[in-house]
Design a binder for this molecule. Sequence first.
Ligand code: SAM
Ligand code: SF4
Length: 328
Amino acid sequence: MSIYHQLTDSYQRQFTYLRLSVTDQCNFRCNYCLPDGYSAASPDPFLSLEEIQRVAAAFALNGTKKIRITGGEPTLRKDLADIIRICKSTPGIETVALTSNGYKITQQLPALVDAGLDQLNLSADSLEPANFEMITGHNKLQEVLAGIDLAISLGLKRVKLNVVLMREFNRNELSKFLEFVSNRPISLRFIELMQTGDNVEFFKKQHVSGAEIQQHLEQNNWLQVLRDPHAGPAVEYTHPHYEGNIGLIMPYSKDFCSSCNRLRVSSHGNLHLCLFADAHESLRPYLTQESSAQLAKRLQHLLGGKKETHDLHEGNSGSTRHLAMLGG
Ligand code: SAM
Ligand code: SF4
């Protein structure tokens, strides 16, 4: 397959990773994301399989190698296995990953792996069932943890557990989280809580800097893993006595945006150049009217509008009301 162009922006960042949201619907009510539950933001349908195929093909022509399918909750799409199959069979796409809240994952995972899924991220912001239920509104912790173990046994290339850090809800569980990776070959990722349009007061009370965790790790013989400069903004730690790694995603840290390698397309077909951008561009009209090659060129042009950094430090989270809109 010939690549037209490597997507590179004005700041010499290369974009080889697409995060594709396939629905903004969710069945959980995470306290930092959808505390009042889901309500539809738009009457428009979510991207169809044909539209997803077009998006994947155009990005792949521009050198995208990895697609992460996200949401809302992507497993709510009945055609999720077909979505994975389409992405995986797109020439140039090497890796297909999924981020899910894992509420029914043990039932669904074998078919998704069969369709070509390579990597799985599940979310569990607490390892205590009652606390997990308080955060998400669902008594599903055991299912999520069983999903992690199933993913390992099915031989997925990378398995991750996402944990959003919150001062009053899980800061005291740090040792439990570390213990969880002692005998599991996974990466547990602490994600700093991000401010969005809807969670400003919650953010102010609950935000914990990843630097606190980093300091604890470094004082306890965890070593920072050297990563490829294009591997994205996570910082990863390893320890000789632990099978798994600990990752940190610290969007408020200095230089976080300089290693950005990802672009986002929403479930309604909008291209978001940043999770916290003010504006987005609808690709939908072009998905039916243009060839993949034309669309690929259009993407190159649109990338010119990508800013050097987000404005989160100024308290500006752009037009993102919550991350279920875009998939994080
Ligand atoms: N529903 C799926 C899930 O929860 O894994 C996929 C979508 S969710 C938006 C993707 C990731 O973003 C999850 O790990 C979630 O915990 C995280 N997330 C959501 N809102 C966040 C926020 N305000 N700050 C940091 N992470 C957030
Ligand atoms: Fe749903 Fe994921 Fe948001 Fe939780 S974080 S409400 S599971 S989209």
